[in-house]
Design a protein around this ligand. Structure first.
Ligand SMILES: [Zn+2]
Length: 260
């Protein structure tokens, strides 16, 4: 009698650069060996190690670049790179889109959303949006999903996204600008912090009836939100916001210097 047994495949994965952030503490010693009992997509194997596809910019399977849908049918050695530090010779095989400028942030990243809006970036944010709503707006409006929920980023519907590594909102803001290369797009004080609408200059006469008495006396220049109508001027908190913008820009700049 001949007994047919299906051979178990062995895949060996090496995660490069900052992708080790996602590996569970007990498997940060690489390479990671995983047995596979059936044909499996390379995306599923990578995500089973804890790394969302949104963080992966290049996959080499036995030295050759492959797509997320690549099916593993035999033993393989897999190298996985993030957008930071994938080898230049494979620039044509990058898996992440470039030129992303629209985002949706989950309810835990309110301060990041506010910082990004302060810098003029388009960020949808609703503190009470649930996972379904986040996935829907991300897909419908083609917004990259910002969340620290890796399971959410692994959802097949998510095309673009990012999981901030730091616990600090200011550092998380720097990370997002760096990850999506937004440095040249920053336009501070051009977007409403409350609703994400764009701000336009407005004459004092037009908003006079809505100003507090002291504001009427001390301020001459105003902007208003084209969506919710909120009025902005360089009031008492303006200096603090400017300092925050300067710190974020400096941090992005110093990291860019390190990258080059
Ligand atoms: Zn507004």
């Amino acid at each position: 009698m001949v007994l047919l047994t299906r051979r178990t495949m062995q895949v060996v994965l090496q995660f490069h650069g900052d992708l080790t952030f996602f590996l569970p503490a007990d498997s940060r010693r690489q390479p990671i060996r995983r047995p596979l009992h059936e044909k499996t997509s390379i995306k599923d194997v990578i995500e089973a190690c804890g790394v969302p596809h949104t963080e992966v910019d290049l996959i080499l399977c036995d030295g050759s670049p492959v797509e997320f849908s690549h099916q593993l049918t035999d033993d393989a050695e897999i190298d996985v790179y993030s957008p930071f530090g994938s080898p230049q010779e494979f620039a044509a095989n990058q898996l992440q889109q470039r030129g992303i400028t629209k985002f949706v942030a989950d309810g835990h990243l309110g301060k990041v959303a506010r910082n990004l809006r302060l810098l003029g970036l388009d960020v949808a944010y609703n503190a009470t949006a649930d996972d379904t709503a986040l996935l829907e707006i991300s897909a419908r409006e083609k917004r990259a999903l910002l969340t620290r929920d890796r399971r959410l980023l692994m959802h097949a519907i998510v095309r673009d996204g990012y999981c901030p590594r730091s616990d600090s909102p200011e550092e998380q803001t720097v990370e997002v600008i760096r990850r999506f290369n937004l440095h040249a797009l920053l336009a501070p004080f051009s977007r409403c912090l409350t609703c994400n609408g764009t701000l336009e200059p407005v004459s004092k006469a037009e908003v006079l009836t809505r100003l507090e008495p002291l504001t009427k006396i001390y301020y001459q220049n105003f902007r208003h939100c084209m969506v919710c109508g909120k009025i902005y001027w360089a009031g008492s908190h303006f200096g603090k916001l400017q300092s925050r913008i300067r710190r974020i820009r400096n941090a992005v700049g110093s990291q860019r210097d390190t990258d080059n």
